[in-house]
Design a protein around this ligand. Structure first.
Ligand code: SAH
Length: 203
């Protein structure tokens, strides 16, 4: 999967590729989908949600430019797979999932495999996680129609945010937002992507 579907499509960062080789994706998908775990497609994980396509996980991880000393915030834990890939590469991952059942399941999978540097919380990620801010990296794996201001505020100077932005039920733009050392924010569009919408607790 990693060589043919990820490296051959342009992901070059060797640390990212070796993290992708290490994380057992089948541990993050329901038993009924396990035989498809190493196909390069999203798969259902229950509650109408999906585990992202491995290529997209690798691409977003590479775009975040992870460093071993980084502290990361992920919004949209889902299965926990993206969190596990990040956990191979950074110091600590804080991840928020709005659906309590999924948060619990992801926590169990991460504990079972032995990731000690991931903290999972059930809640609305729109507001980020101020108690642990600021973060070197913010990765959003559900699509908001605008970039949540609390997430920009909780990004460290010199930090990177990777986020799919766009209207519900349409293709979104994968954006990389960078905050420079003076706190100025700039962003660029990388690729069209399709994520489930970022929901709000009031939805
Ligand atoms: N990163 C996941 C895939 C994410 S799918 C993985 O590796 O498997 C998107 C997830 O975002 C879904 O589980 C959905 O329930 C969650 N989500 C949607 N809106 C959210 C919000 N406001 N805060 C936190 N999680 C949210």
């Amino acid at each position: 999967m990693v060589t043919r579907q990820i490296a051959d499509r342009g992901v070059r960062d060797q640390r990212v590729l070796s993290a992708m080789r290490k994380v057992p994706r089948h541990e993050f998908v329901p038993a009924a989908e396990r035989r498809h775990a190493y196909r390069d497609t999203p798969l259902p994980i229950g509650d109408g949600q999906t585990i992202s396509q491995p290529y997209i996980v690798a691409l977003m991880t590479e775009l975040a430019r992870p460093d071993p000393s980084d502290r990361v915030l992920e919004i949209g834990t889902g299965s926990g797979y993206q969190a596990a890939v990040l956990a191979e590469l950074v110091q600590h991952v804080y991840t928020i999932e709005i659906e309590p059942v999924l948060a619990q399941r992801a926590k169990q999978a991460l504990d079972r495999i032995g990731y000690r540097n991931v903290t999972v919380r059930a809640g609305d990620g729109y507001a980020g996680w101020p108690e642990h801010a600021p973060f070197d990296i913010v990765i959003v794996t559900a699509a908001p129609d605008h970039i949540p201001q609390p997430l920009i505020d909780q990004l460290k100077a010199g930090g990177r945010m990777v986020v799919p932005v766009g209207p519900i039920a349409s293709t979104q733009q994968l954006r990389v937002l960078e905050k420079d050392t003076t706190g100025k924010v700039s962003s660029s569009v990388v690729a069209p992507v399709r994520f489930v919408p970022l929901r709000r607790n009031s939805d």
